[in-house]
Write a protein that binds this ligand. Sequence first.
Ligand code: FES
Length: 295
Amino acid sequence: MASKKIGLASWRNQPLGITVLRLWLGGTWVYGGWVKASDAAFLSKSGPNSFSGQLTSYIGHSPLTFALRHMLEHATLFAWFVMLSEFAIGIAVLTGVAMDAAILGGFSVSMILWLSVTYHVHPYFLGSDLAFAASWLALFFLWRAHSRSGSRGRTTALGGIIPNLKDRREVVGIMGVAAGAVIASLAGGSFRPKIKVGAAIVKVADFPVGSTMPFTANDGNPAILFRTKAGVFAYSAMCTHQGCTVAYDALSHALNCPCHGAKFDSATGAVLAGPAPTPLPKIGVQISGANIVQI
Ligand code: FES
């Protein structure tokens, strides 16, 4: 039994708890899709911030490792699927189209992210995916109770969870959501910063052995460059827990995250302490003539 009101009408006379959850979850899912669509790195075939790079860093740390390995073989396809799904779920929840299915979709995505990305975060409340899954579940039961109260006993397949494709308005609504997801994904492309290949990070003469410096990687994200007797190397400076920017501490030779206390080994990128699930991804750099460049 699902409420058939869509658009603005779906927001009228609903309990305040549903309004808060729809705004928060729907808005966050649309924003999540937008962050991916406008990120030059996300759809690239390789790199620490590409979808395939992210999958690689979860493999071996997740109970879904077997499935992640298969996804890696078709990483670009799955990257598009994830981005479109986030837009579609967010738009559907905000517009009230196929709500039960959209809410269950949001719950499923949150559970998959928890099992893939934040499964090992300790204590568990520092990982956001489980909290999102609980919020989706709360919205599901609240929405079902709200729909039942206004349905006057009408029933549909599986009590309204599966969209009723005989209802022309519902079909048009679903097509609108799908079109919105595609348009938003394509629109994000025009906001992607252009990737600069081979741009100089610093002159070799200005960066002697023993130096460290933050820089902006080709994908626009923060990174940290090191030069030791062995050569030059660099890491992404985005904490693998929730993306805060880490900073180098010369006393402990560690990269510290200010948000929840993760520490990474500056020699290897490995996690030394805190809730970060995986090491800092390496960024390829080399000395090229008089400059140090990203490769
Ligand atoms: S973002 Fe949580 S420890 Fe870094």
